[in-house]
Design a protein around this ligand. Sequence first.
Ligand SMILES: [Zn+2]
Length: 217
Amino acid sequence: MASKSAGLQTVAAKNGVARRPRPSRADAEAAVRTLLEYAGDDPAREGLAGTPARVVRAYDEYFSGYDTDPVELLKRTFEETDGYDEMVVLKDIRFESHCEHHIAPIIGKAHVAYLPGNRVVGISKLARLVEVYAKRLQIQEKMTAQIANTLDEVLRPKGVAVVIEAAHQCMTTRGVHKPGVSMVTSRMLGAFRTDPTTRREFLAIIGVPAGSALTNV
Ligand SMILES: [Zn+2]
């Protein structure tokens, strides 16, 4: 098994994120004060006095996914299957992410399935995997592919399917202002890609009609 530091480097390389020293909390708070001033307000007024610190604490939460290596997360926990070879599906995994173009919320749900080879993971780990990628700056297509590819790489299953449905606040609260629109992306690997019966079974379980407008990534 790779060492922890090697794992982190792998993640960084995969996401194209150079691991650079983080600015201090004070620097981050100063940046928020600059944005408040840019918005036209006075960061010194009473109501805004605690805002920079609160925003930075919120960032710690929104972007906590950078601190976890998803490959290590799954590797630590897989078990041999003892012959279980039916589809494993976890549906309606709610997530909150942020788009990398506007740092606006992306709120939606992910459906994750795999057809075990000889390894399975606890379903809570599937939810954690979604969360680790969600708590980063994202685009939905990339997040869909990352979840599927990581499961495929670590579990070596016979197939992986990931479908994500999400609303993007950068579309609903700014720009084109289109509320109620959700985007659906999918990535199918192995049996889910090659076997229409398996794919249909999965789509029926998660309640997405086969033949609906999935964007494959
Ligand atoms: Zn955006």
